[in-house]
Design a protein around this ligand. Sequence first.
Ligand code: PLP
Length: 453
Amino acid sequence: QIPNSLHASDIAHSIHPYTNARAHEAQGPLIITRGDGVRVYDSEGKEYIEGLAGLWSVAVGFSEPRLRDAAIAQLDALPYYHSFAHKANEPAIRLAEKLAEITPEGLNRAFFTNSGSEANDTVIKMVWFLNNALGRPQKKKFLARTKGYHGITIASGSLTGLPANHKDFDLPAIPVTHLTCPHFWKFGAEGETEAEFTARLLEELEQTILAEGPETIAAFIGEPCMGAGGVITPPEGYWPGVAAICAKHDILLVSDEVINGFGRLGTPFGCQKYGFTPDIMVTSKQLTSSYMPLAAIMVNDKVYDAIADHTARLGTFGHGYTASGHPVACAVGLENLKIIEERDLMGNAARLEPAFQAGLRAFADHPLVGEVRGTGLIGGLELADKATKQPIGKSGALAARVARAAQEAGLICRNVYDTVALCPPLIVTEEDIAQIFARLGAALDQVAAEAKA
Ligand code: PLP
């Protein structure tokens, strides 16, 4: 790209999230100026298919006029109001009602935050508040998994089980135990069947609870299908087993559906794909297609009633954000969910799942690919040596090169550690999917040829 004044300004004044700052100074930004459906365009006019829907989030595509109109109408009517101390606004009320209607049975109440990280911080505080309310203040620990992603604040970043989020941040900062990542291909033992792997992970869960004491463990949090850790689908029977063990030890089950929610896996919510019912569900991203920042925590009556009874004694639930239930964000969220419903975009994900997954699996024999994974409209290629299952060369380097080559070929995807991840907008068509894989294939072949040379 030809440097221009925006490039120079970005290099001079910005600090980018998840970016090698010195490398950024050398290469500069890719400035996206416009979007149209599943495609975005950079400042030079070059077209890209957005194969990750932004950051796993733009369900309805990048140019939906109804979301713009919903935002403008709400800005005209009431641009801001808060929801502290009995105040309310219509979009927040209606969105909470809609979420109670469409989320699984029992999740009847919504609490709004601005981001997935804040939502998971809120979950931690709700669970602690609840256990204080129930007179068991020692029941505070969380169980999470390595490679799970739950955000980056001090507390939600502690739940995250990825090295980059802990290293040099002095995390975890809350009591959390990370269990084995439920990735059979990578962590299954020599000769172990998938069923035996599931049984081993469930035994690890049970033994961890017994060793630490069930009276000390408050909640288990997990993504039904892991996203940012590398698109990791769980082994058969894993989630119903986790749910049963949590129920047995009175441990709350939290489904982090920030990526999975609203049809991504071909079912409305990820927990439905894998057959479990959480006490708490966290949603964000596709809730507004990320046109506005918004997250919603859904809780069941058991959680709500314990919190409500305690607030009646204390006088308040001392937690909330200036923009909790922001009317413009909620109006956009409502309209976005209406579009998803009217255009049957969750059904589109289910209908296109076979074509998308088949397209991914066509790379199974590629020399750079160790494992192909995915479900619904999310997938990943783990680049690894097929025999050793170890990265080819320096961990992460090859996936970064493939993502870069894909970008040159007109496909934006994301390299997460050794995995190249795809998660296209839910409006994607079969033709778009064919183009995504043509561009990804060209990138893989180019990097393979360079690696050989
Ligand atoms: N939870 C999951 C499963 C996520 O994938 C993410 C973000 O990618 C988060 C939480 C954190 O959300 P945010 O980036 O909005 O803070």
